[in-house]
Ligand binder design. Structure first.
Ligand code: XLS
Ligand code: NI
Ligand code: NI
Length: 437
């Protein structure tokens, strides 16, 4: 037990009639939905960075979150204190998983070897905590963006020494992720992009990024890591242009490296919206290309143009994405990571609980609605009907070896083809969907 969360006990399901703010209203981990328990379907993870490492800074103001492990003591002792608080939190909120960056859990030292020593020290303690609490690791990742050595990018840096440095860091982080039984390893570019084309060799940078992906996959096989390797799209922030802009751009990078069988995607709600898409578009695009690996569940703010990383709180933002995910079998190795942070005025320990409770409840509520939507079979009925002619003669002919532009030209003339437009029925479908929200 940690001192910090000592006044809060394990959060229980109490249903919608409860007025206890420290209880779940919808998330009932053992409730069966679509043939599995909520816990098995949702595979929630708490993230270490926003929840335990972010001190409440914004570009105009310093830290607002007064946490015992953010004091000025010995950094390694502080990391131990943070670890106690984190595992106490995981056990009380009951997300079965957690996620981390190497630098969230252990501080950098003055040399690479010292940094590695710090990491190993903390990982030994994490291993024990995981054993004692049963909390598992959804994924690990390397922070290759905070330190100034990465200001010009990591694998896309103009300096090959930075490439070598991030390669070393990712090797260690993959080792640690594997040792802790991580089910995925995530690569988020951070600064794998550029600020101005005036100083940038784009072709070289993109080739280097491709080489980096190759090295990661090669190492995965070398050590026998059985988790998924995931790339996380984000259009900008911190850099102006990022090579991993959205799902489509990431798939182009992965295919350029010939790694489409090896790398899948970790899709984040707020990154989807920043790239000018909505979450369901990014999910649908990934699933249509067999590339969905896991999700970072959060939300942005339609009035703010940056990554606000708020906790999700609205079923209508999530329903169609959930529908896509769960009508395609849900996650096996992936899960729902709360890559989300409380607002900087939410300074009490309880605020961290309210945030996660709200996020878990809205996902549970949406999952229940998704079950009904899937079982009622309304959407496939409309979609199948809309595309049904593709099962007919002409549809089959178009995909056959005998078809070509001339043959199709001939058919239009011979069969007097004259397509009649049909309604897309969008408003009707929106009204139907409303019944499920
Ligand atoms: C930042 C990203 C980051 C990744 C992990 O915007 O979402 O948190 O998920 O590096
Ligand atoms: Ni984000
Ligand atoms: Ni993320």
């Amino acid at each position: 037990m940690s001192e910090y969360f000592k006044n809060i006990s394990k959060i229980k399901y109490e249903g919608t009639s409860s007025n206890n703010p420290l209880s779940f209203k919808y998330y009932n981990e053992n409730q069966t939905v679509l043939g599995k328990t909520m816990k098995e379907h949702l595979r929630f993870a708490t993230c270490y960075w926003h929840t335990f490492t972010w001190p409440g800074l914004d570009p105009f103001g310093g830290p607002t979150l007064d946490r015992p492990w953010m004091g000025s003591g010995d950094p390694l002792k502080m990391a131990e204190l943070k670890l106690d608080a984190a595992f106490d939190f995981f056990s009380k909120i009951q997300t079965p998983f957690f996620c981390f960056h190497d630098r969230d859990i252990a501080p950098e030292g003055s040399t690479y070897s010292e940094t590695k020593k710090n990491l190993d020290h903390i990982v030994n303690l994490i291993e024990k905590k995981m054993k004692d609490t049963g909390v598992k690791l959804l994924w690990g990742t390397a922070n290759a963006f905070s330190h100034k050595r990465y200001m010009g990018g990591a694998s896309t840096n103009p300096d090959p020494e930075v490439f070598a440095y991030v390669a070393a860091q990712v090797k260690d982080c993959m080792d640690v992720t594997m040792r802790l039984g991580g089910q995925n390893y995530v690569l988020w570019g951070g600064r794998e992009g550029y600020e101005t084309i005036l100083n940038t060799n784009m072709k070289l940078e993109m080739n280097n990024l491709s080489r980096f992906l190759e090295l990661v996959v090669e190492y995965k096989h070398k050590i026998g890591f059985t988790g998924q390797i995931l790339l996380e799209p984000k259009p900008h922030e911190p850099t102006k242009h990022q090579y991993d802009f959205d799902t489509a751009a990431c798939l182009a990078l992965i295919r350029k490296a010939g790694l489409e069988k090896e790398i899948k995607l970790n899709i984040e709600v707020n990154h989807a919206t920043l790239s000018g898409h909505n979450f369901e578009h990014e999910i649908g695009y990934a699933i249509s290309n067999d590339a969905l690996g896991s999700i970072d569940i959060n939300r942005g703010d339609t009035l703010l143009g940056w990554d606000t990383d708020q906790f999700p709180n609205n079923s209508s933002d999530l329903l169609m994405a959930f529908y896509y995910i769960f009508s395609n079998g849900g996650f096996k190795q992936g899960g729902f990571n709360f890559d989300a942070k409380i607002r900087r005025q939410s300074i009490e320990p309880e605020d961290l609980f309210y945030a996660h409770i709200g996020g878990m409840d809205i996902c549970a509520k949406t999952l229940i609605a998704t079950e009904k939507l899937i079982n009622d079979n309304v959407i496939p009925k409309y979609i199948n009907n809309r595309y049904s002619n593709w099962n007919g003669d002409l549809g089959k002919f178009i995909h056959s070896k005998d078809s070509n532009l001339e043959a199709l030209h001939q058919r239009v003339i011979n069969n007097n083809i004259n397509p009649k437009p049909k309604s897309g029925q969008q408003e009707l479908l929106e009204n139907i969907l409303n019944k499920y929200l």
